[in-house]
Design a protein around this ligand. Structure first.
Ligand code: MIC
Ligand code: SF4
Length: 638
């Protein structure tokens, strides 16, 4: 039997099912991570499971999203998370330590292991040879309780990289090129596995930039082999002993192969308002820029910031541009402090932010009205920056820094001599901002601020489901559309009744009051409904408002799982033309039966449509119980 890298890792963790494309598998999870904005719900649900300790090899609770403490809520969440970590045996990463994905790569990622994270960019770990996936908080809580993670066995697609990146072109351009070719739907139920000579020129953080943004392709995850480059990185992080080689067997098979010639790749840019709206930088040079933001889990490694510093050295940021820089971790920040790179950035006029997600999730640094912001981030959905009419572009650090100096979108190749930055032989290691678990946490008291409320539960499934169409959307609705983030709403993440008042706030302000007045109902969606974040709030809040089912052309993977976890039935049209026949306000009666013949009766139009489910065995049990929490309780009671 020959295996590729993905199959090697999956097969060694398989506890249920067979590795047959698109069939349900359960895999053992070695490591979990959470961040604060999704973590509080994950731990509230974990607490409710009544387990005394986490059952994984390692579970880390990071604080990196909600650090703008405009009131007490975020700080209370941090204290809650710290007390939970102590009680249940998790590592706690204190606020200021860095962004979860960057930190996990530096300090904890191990080739060949599985990692499940309550954040959609968990595939960053694929850069170090892990199968690492994003999931809703409840799935992560279940993994912490020792349960397998269930998913559809993805198709494994080979991405063969040939040649070498030219100067001023970088790893970000590789993933932007893939987005250009495949679109934000191109990776659904796929793993992208990178091969070819070209990967030898990419360091682990560069590989991680690519796997991080595989999320924007809708992929289950992306992965690089664990080779001599991986070994070197782990050694430089003082973890050489945790390295093992994991490479595809000769003759390993893939469902498809995509080739990219790195020699021919040029600097790219994703235009507003989708990560796949990608063109060559040369096509849109000259557009005025008001803000440049460097950082996020995609591009905030030492090498990224050292390059930016080398370019800025002795120069001044253009007078019409605000340059903000957020280092990915304390390690990165402390190293650029020590070797003078930070001085170059500060002297040039860069505004230094905390080592957190910051502007990426709309926590400050909103651009000017009608502003143009170039960001090294991974998402440019409309409104996510905090300024509704701003244009957000996604770029590499090279393109970002060129715009910061020229004040307009500029091909970085115009900057002249390329400052070649090498990866450090040794990273500075100081784990003092991690709190490691010690003695038994039995007597530790969990501290809950007044904004931390219990997670509401759904009722068991009713048949038929009836109600009216509360909202009809187009394609590619993001979880940012369903449940926005940003400085105003993020602090309410631990309080579902409160946060639900902001459901669909950017597209339909009246949605919550309408849903309540009607006693719930249905949402009609286009294709790729729920793309983007793993936030389960985008499922729980609609559930809390009475949404019973979402009928769409297709769903994004994590959101689909979150809907099932909270007992909202995700359904698709058997004939996509029926999407056009249903209107806002129509009254629907959906007959579920045994899920084999689902009929939607539109009593307003007096017609019926056949609906499909994309649900596998266990999903049906969860839905019947009214969600995973009910299912787990029922199981425990039995
Ligand atoms: C994001 O990038 O949208 C987030 C914030 O990291 C989310 C998680 C969340 O909503 O808290 C994600 O990508 O999963
Ligand atoms: Fe944080 Fe942005 Fe990365 Fe999400 S995408 S984890 S908000 S840096």
């Amino acid at each position: 039997m020959t295996y590729n890298v993905s199959e090697k890792i999956i097969s060694s963790h398989l506890v249920e099912g067979e590795m047959q494309s698109q069939s349900l598998i359960g895999i053992r999870i070695d490591q979990t991570l959470t961040q604060d904005a999704t973590g509080t719900l994950a731990y509230l649900q974990f607490e409710a499971m009544g387990v005394s300790n986490v059952k994984t090899e390692l579970s880390v609770s990071y604080v990196d999203h909600n650090t703008l403490q405009t009131s007490f809520e975020n700080a209370d969440d941090h204290v809650y998370l710290q007390s939970v970590a102590k009680k249940y045996g998790l590592v706690f990463s204190r606020p200021g330590n860095g962004i979860c994905h960057q930190l996990h790569l530096e300090r904890f990622g191990i080739p060949g292991k599985t990692l499940l994270g309550s954040d959609s960019h968990t595939p960053t770990g694929g850069g170090i040879g892990m199968i690492s996936m994003g999931a809703g908080g409840l799935d992560v809580a279940l993994a912490m309780a020792g349960e397998p993670f269930y998913l559809k066995m993805p198709n494994i697609v080979e991405v063969c990289l040939d040649g070498q990146l030219s100067e001023w072109t970088s790893a970000k351009d590789v993933i932007l090129e893939l987005l250009r070719r495949l679109s934000v739907k191109g990776g659904v139920n796929k793993i992208f596995e990178f091969t070819g000579k070209g990967i030898e020129g990419l360091s682990v953080p560069e590989r991680a930039t690519i796997t991080n943004m595989g999320t924007e392709l809708g992929a289950t995850t992306s992965v690089f082999p664990s080779d001599k480059i991986t070994k070197k990185f782990m050694k430089s992080e003082g973890r050489g002993n945790q390295w093992q080689r994991i490479e595809a067997d000769k003759g390993a098979e893939y469902s498809d192969t995509i080739s990219i010639d790195l020699d021919k790749l040029e600097p790219m840019i994703a235009k507003p308002h989708m990560p796949d709206n990608v063109v060559k930088i040369s096509e849109i040079e000259g557009t005025k820029v008001s803000q440049v933001a460097i950082g996020s889990c995609t591009n905030s490694s030492y090498k990224d910031l050292a390059l930016v510093s080398e370019v800025l050295k002795g120069k001044t940021v253009h007078p019409n541009v605000s340059l903000v820089v957020s280092p990915g971790s304390k390690q990165v920040l402390s190293m650029i402090v020590k070797d003078g790179h930070l001085k170059n950035i500060v002297d040039a006029g860069g505004r230094i932010l905390e080592c957190t997600c910051g502007p990426c999730i709309g926590m400050g640094q909103a651009p000017t009205s009608e502003g143009t912001s170039l960001r090294t981030f991974n998402r440019n959905f409309k409104g996510r920056s905090g300024t509704k009419d701003a244009d957000i572009y996604l770029v590499s650090p090279e393109v970002a820094v060129a715009a910061a100096l020229y004040g307009v979108i500029t091909d970085p190749r115009k900057l002249g001599k390329y400052p070649k930055v090498e990866m450090p032989e040794k990273f500075e290691i100081n784990d003092n901002m991690f709190i490691f678990p010690t003695e038994s946490g039995k007597d530790v008291e969990v501290i809950r601020g007044p904004n931390i409320k219990p997670v509401p539960r759904n009722e068991s499934l009713k048949d038929p489901l009836s109600g009216s169409v509360l909202l009809k959307t187009g394609d590619n609705i993001t979880t940012d559309d369903i449940m926005p983030a940003g400085a105003k709403i993020l602090p309410l993440r631990s309080n579902i009744p409160k946060i639900s008042e902001y459901t669909f706030e950017r597209i339909d302000k009246d949605f919550p009051s309408r849903a309540k007045a009607k006693g719930g109902g249905f949402i009609i969606g286009g294709s790729n409904y729920g793309q983007g974040s793993s936030r389960e709030h985008a499922a729980i809040a609609p559930m809390f408002l009475g949404v019973k089912a979402v009928i769409a052309k297709s769903f994004a993977r994590i959101h689909h799982a979150n809907l099932v976890n909270f007992g909202i039935v995700p359904l698709t049209f058997s004939d996509e033309k029926d999407y056009d026949r249903i209107d806002f306000g129509d009254e629907l009666v959906i007959e579920i039966g045994d899920f084999s013949n689902i009929i939607c009766n539109n009593t307003t139009k007096k017609e019926s449509y056949k609906l499909n489910k994309n649900l596998l065995g266990r999903d049906l049990e969860l839905l019947k119980a009214g969600g995973a929490l009910n299912y787990v309780y029922n199981k425990m009671r039995r």
